[in-house]
Design a protein around this ligand. Structure first.
Ligand code: MEV
Length: 769
């Protein structure tokens, strides 16, 4: 067996400015985004055939390595001698697989330049295989020439800015026909992307604009003039170190750009500035930020510029609330270019995983995640020592063990994840994995998260006699908002340095003699309980001084409804079908079950219990506070005044089953038990590099999957049959059945209708005789 070659990734790209003007020879600014295509060796049975683009990239490197005189771009000749002196294989291994999952949301691909990233990743992969250091400038120049040639060969045309970003990374000033120039991304500039809906067809747009240019050259020239000024102004602002004038130049540039687009729209009739795009650009402008479409417009992504992450988050919160439009989960810009990766992308479709023995499962997990097998000893019984346990809580006399498993098949925002779940109830892990396989057939889960904003509460009680009534006390406190937020920040300078801190202040009048002050704090990747409690205690004396009202309780709220994870999915009916149950009937049954839960709190409680089967298992496995999650989930379920289902389902016009869930997600990946429990640390590593930012979304996706599995079973053959199968399996193993005996014994136990230990022992004895 040849040793696996190391994976190589390349970033996608986004235009920050100049996407139309670059066609007229004006400089554009393209940035690499940290949404990556990963080229890697893989031997999965469902491995797709290599694309034309991958084949072209492979052929470019192969031809280049094997021929000093062969055809190829001129720019390559100077690298040939250099390359031929290197050691490394002269013949390349086979074309790698390329994972572009993160470029997708459900069944939609985002316009972030995945094809250029594929060309770059495959070229980089083979150059690394041939012994080249991807970090060296020489290799990058060579990779750029080869990837451009491959991209051109497979896709024709293109400005080439996307390939440059994919290979070189960073932010690039890019003019047609010239070499790209790397620019430093200003530290003060924060960039976000908002999903403005399904994209328009870029080529058709550009054709319409070009036709209009021929029909009315003067009007076209005026539009291009605005777009040209926009590019120059933007580049000038981007070069400034001071956020004040920098942001002012970017705002001006973006205004001109959008006016230019409006002029092109008026000229060509192409719907460049759709209503969602206009809603985003208008609100951004009103809040002192700047937003414009990235790419041709007509949908897809809008890029937003702000001088702080807090401003971006505030815009995101309002866009969601007022327009149902969403800031995508943080996508870093000026991302690194070609890069060697320590581990391949996780593949969560592990067929037959449930049939393996524990050591075999660990071995397969180590292979799929790239984690060392030895690390899995963290999951051995007793890995939480009595000494550590004794330091965690009081009066310790032992530790409690419950099974830790991984759920397979999960795909969230195009990323495959193996999800750790700790739970004592049979069938929950199998059911979640099974449901995730159905959801996968519809493109996987689509997830997003609110910013990690949590609420610290300070209760205030009226003094006797009260100097200020409730409304005046509230107004007095709100007038000191800036000072109070600064006071909150001063208690946690390290949180502020990490990008978190106090964001908003609210005062709620609960009764004529009782107020509550909410400090809303960005907790970054901490769960936040300690941070919030300190802030609540720090604010209390100042609140007393301002209002004269007496501070009472000072503590976080577990109704973390400013920090929800939102997950949805679309399941094709065929994926829901069961023997004797056509998919459309199953979908209708699930929708009816969802409606039942919406109408009846008695059913909603059981429905939500099924959701929490999945949620709690992830929370527990990752060392988080499941009581906090439970409290938040049920309070959220009752937010309308009636207790409602957390997850709901309906059948769409095209027959797909659509499900969604929103869940307060106060989970952290730093601090607390995540630090102390070796198994929790490993669980986070199994989840992979996405755990830090996606844990809440993973948790909600597993809740949605658990609910889907339960409703599908309940709406068809009932829950008991599946439960019995799994129960019989554990009874058979408990009775001592080994290897092929297990399946036979399971069948006989179920047929007998008596799934009990003693009976299993008797049946096993007969079987062996
Ligand atoms: C059992 O743990 C969970 C279910 O009762 C959930 C439900 O009824 O939806 C099956």
């Amino acid at each position: 067996m040849t040793p696996a070659r190391r994976p190589v990734s390349a970033p996608g790209k986004a235009f920050l400015i100049g996407e139309y003007a670059v066609l007229e020879g004006v400089p554009a600014l393209v940035t690499a985004v940290d949404v990556r295509a990963v080229a890697h060796d893989c031997d999965y049975p469902d491995r797709p055939a290599p694309s034309d683009l991958s084949l072209a990239a492979h052929a470019q490197v192969r031809d280049h390595l094997s021929s000093r005189t062969g055809p190829g771009p001129q720019a390559l000749s100077e690298h040939r001698d250099h390359l031929s002196s290197r050691t490394g294989p002269r013949t390349l291994g086979e074309v790698p697989s390329v994972d572009t999952g993160p470029f997708s949301r459900g069944d939609r691909k985002l316009g972030l330049g995945s094809s250029a990233a594929v060309a770059a990743a495959v070229v980089g992969f083979h150059l690394q295989e041939a012994g080249h250091d991807l970090a060296s400038a020489d290799t990058r120049a060579l990779a750029l020439a080869l990837a451009r040639a491959a991209h051109h060969q497979a896709q024709g045309g293109g400005s080439g800015g996307d390939v440059a970003a994919a290979v070189l990374g960073g932010s690039l000033r890019f003019t047609r026909g010239s070499d790209p120039v790397l620019l430093a991304h200003p530290a003060w500039l924060h960039v976000g992307f908002v999903d403005a809906g399904a994209p328009a067809h870029t080529a058709a747009f550009v054709r319409r604009v070009q036709a209009a240019a021929t029909a009315d050259p003067a009007a076209h020239a005026r539009a291009i003039d605005l777009l040209t000024r926009a590019s120059h102004d933007f580049l000038a602002g981007y070069a400034l170190a001071d956020p004040g004038p920098g942001m002012a130049a970017i705002r001006r540039a973006v205004d001109h750009h959008n006016l230019g687009l409006a002029a092109l729209q008026a000229l060509s009739g192409a719907p460049i500035l759709t209503p969602p795009i206009t809603a985003i650009t208008d609100l951004a402008r009103a809040l002192g930020l700047a937003a414009k479409p990235t790419g041709a417009g007509g949908g897809d992504l809008v890029v937003v510029f702000a001088a702080s992450q807090a401003e971006l988050d505030r815009l995101g919160v309002r866009l969601a609330r007022e327009h149902n439009l969403h800031l995508l989960n943080h996508i870093a810009v000026a991302a690194p270019g070609l890069r060697s990766e320590p581990r391949p992308p996780t593949h969560s479709r592990l067929g037959g995983f449930f049939k393996l023995k524990v050591p075999e499962r660990r071995a397969q997990l180590a292979a799929s995640t790239g984690l060392p097998l030895a690390d899995f000893s963290a999951l051995d019984p007793g890995s939480l020592s009595l000494e550590s346990a004794d330091n965690l809580i009081e009066n310790v006399i032992g530790t409690l063990q419950i099974p830790l498993a991984v759920a397979t098949n999960f795909r969230i925002n195009g990323v495959d994840l193996l999800v750790p779940m700790a739970i004592e109830e049979a069938s929950v892990v199998a059911a979640a994995s099974n449901a995730a396989r159905m959801v996968r057939a519809g493109g996987g889960f689509v997830a997003r998260a609110d910013p990690p904003w949590m609420i610290a509460q300070v209760q205030l009680c009226a003094p006797q006699p009260a100097r200020l009534d409730a409304a005046t006390a509230a107004a007095t406190i709100l007038a000191a908002r800036t000072e109070l937020l600064a006071l909150a920040d001063a208690t946690h300078p390290r949180l502020v340095a990490r990008g978190g801190g106090a964001r908003e202040l609210e005062v709620r009048v609960l009764a004529p003699d009782m107020l509550v002050v909410h400090a809303i704090v960005d907790c970054q990747d901490a769960m936040g309980a300690n941070l919030l409690n300190t802030i609540a205690e720090a604010l209390a004396p100042r609140l007393h001084a301002l209002s004269g009202w007496h501070p009472g309780l000072r503590i976080l709220s577990n109704l973390a409804d400013r920090r929800c994870a939102h997950v949805s999915c679309r399941v094709p009916p065929a994926a829901l079908a069961a023997p004797g149950w056509p998919g459309d009937e199953v979908a209708a049954g699930i929708a009816s079950a969802s409606r039942f839960a919406e109408l009846d709190p008695y059913r909603a409680a059981t429905h939500n219990k099924g959701v929490m089967n999945g949620v709690d298992a992830v929370v527990l496995a990752t060392g988080n506070d499941w009581r906090a999650i439970e409290a938040g989930a049920h309070a959220h379920a009752a937010r309308s005044g009636a207790y409602r289902p957390l997850a709901t389902w309906s059948v769409a016009a095209d027959g797909h089953l659509e499900g969604s869930i929103s869940l307060p997600a106060a989970v952290g990946t730093v601090g607390g038990a995540t630090k102390v429990q070796p198994s929790a640390r490993l669980a986070l590593q199994i989840l992979g590099p996405h755990a830090r930012t996606m844990l809440g979304q993973v948790m909600a996706a597993v809740g949605l999957a658990s609910n889907l599995a339960a409703l599908r079973a309940l709406a068809t053959e009932g829950i008991q049959r599946g439960h019995m199968g799994l129960h019989a399996r554990s009874v058979a193993i408990g009775a001592g059945a080994l290897g092929p005996e297990i399946e036979i014994l399971v069948t006989r136990l179920i047929e007998s209708g008596e799934v009990k230990h003693e009976h299993a022992v008797t049946l096993l004895r007969h079987l062996r005789q």
